[in-house]
Design a protein around this ligand. Structure first.
Ligand code: ADP
Length: 240
C-alpha cells in the first residue's frame, strides 16, 4: 500500500510548525507559548510528566482541538485552512483509549476506506499483529490491546502520511508493541512522519529521531535524542 505524499509546497520541511501556541481549558493554560517545529519524516517523540500537555499537543496536530492563541501550520499551510475531515485522512491519530467504530473487525477497518478488499483487511491485521482475528469477528469482545491495534490498522487503512500515536504500546505485550514500532518504522521508510507520545524512554531512544520535552504545559527542550539533557525525565519525573 503506497503512502500518500504530502504536497511538497516548495519542499516544506518541517511538517508541523507551532508558533507561540497556547491552549486553554476552562481558562487554564494546558499548553503555554509553545514554539517548536516537528520535522518532516522520522519519528518525533513527545515526552514529559503526566499532565504536561502531550496529548493536547497531538490533538492540535489534526484539529481535534484548535489553539486558543498562536499559529499552527501543516505542510506549509495554516491549520485553519485544512478541512478537518481531509486533514485526518492525511494525519491519523491513535488515541490512548480508542473505540471500535463498527460491529465487526472488517467493517471497522472499512469505516474510512470502504473499498478495502478482504485481502487488504487481512494484510492490515497482520501488520498490527492481529492476524488471529477473523474478518467477521465482533469488536465488542476485543481486549484493550486488541482494540488499540485495530484502531491503528483503521488509521493505516486510509494511507496517512503522518501518524500521531498517543502511548500506543501501553496496553500491549512486547511482541505487539514491536509490531506497532515496526508500523512506525515502515511509515518513516516510505517518507512518512510519526509523532509518538511515550513514557518509555528506552523505546524513545530506540525509535525517535527528534524529541520534544514538555513540563506543565511548557516546552523544556527539543532536539535529537543524543543531544538532549532530558535525563531528569529518567529519574522518576515522567509520571509527574
Ligand atoms: P499529558 O498527555 O501530558 O498527560 P494532557 O494533554 O492530557 O497531558 O493534559 C494536560 C492538562 O490538561 C491536564 O491537567 C488535563 O487534566 C487537562 N485537560 C486535558 N484535556 C482537558 C479538557 N478537555 N478539559 C479540561 N482539562 C483538560
Amino acid at each position: 500500500m503506497a503512502v500518500s505524499q504530502i504536497p511538497t509546497n516548495g519542499g516544506v520541511n518541517p511538517t508541523f510548525q507551532l508558533q507561540d501556541v497556547t491552549v486553554k481549558h476552562n481558562g487554564r493554560a494546558v499548553l503555554e507559548h509553545i514554539t517548536v517545529d516537528i520535522p518532516r519524516g522520522g519519528v518525533t517523540a513527545v515526552v514529559g510528566p503526566s499532565g504536561a500537555g502531550k496529548s493536547t499537543m497531538l490533538r492540535i496536530l489534526n484539529r481535534f482541538e484548535d489553539p486558543s492563541q498562536g499559529r499552527v501550520t501543516f505542510a506549509g499551510a495554516p491549520m485553519s485552512s485544512h478541512d478537518p475531515a481531509l486533514l485526518r485522512r492525511r494525519v491519523g491519530l491513535l488515541s490512548q483509549r480508542p473505540v471500535a467504530l463498527a460491529e465487526c473487525v472488517a467493517d471497522d477497518l472499512r469505516v474510512g476506506a470502504a473499498d478495502l478488499s478482504d485481502s487488504d483487511v487481512t494484510q492490515l491485521l497482520s501488520r498490527v499483529d492481529l492476524a488471529e482475528l477473523s474478518l467477521g469477528q465482533g469488536t465488542a469482545g476485543l481486549s484493550g490491546g486488541e482494540l488499540q491495534r485495530l484502531a491503528l490498522a483503521r488509521a493505516l487503512a486510509v494511507e496517512p502520511s503522518v501518524l500521531l500515536l498517543d502511548e500506543p504500546t501501553s496496553a500491549l505485550d512486547s511482541e505487539a508493541a514491536g509490531a506497532v514500532d515496526q508500523v512506525a518504522r515502515d511509515l518513516v521508510d516510505q517518507g512518512g512522519t510519526v509523532v509518538v507520545v511515550s513514557h518509555d524512554l528506552d523505546r524513545v531512544r530506540r525509535i525517535a529521531s527528534h524529541v520534544v520535552v514538555l513540563r506543565r504545559g511548557r516546552l523544556v527542550e527539543h532536539g535529537s535524542p543524543q543531544e538532549l539533557g532530558y535525563s531528569d525525565v529518567d529519574k522518576g519525573n515522567v509520571d509527574g
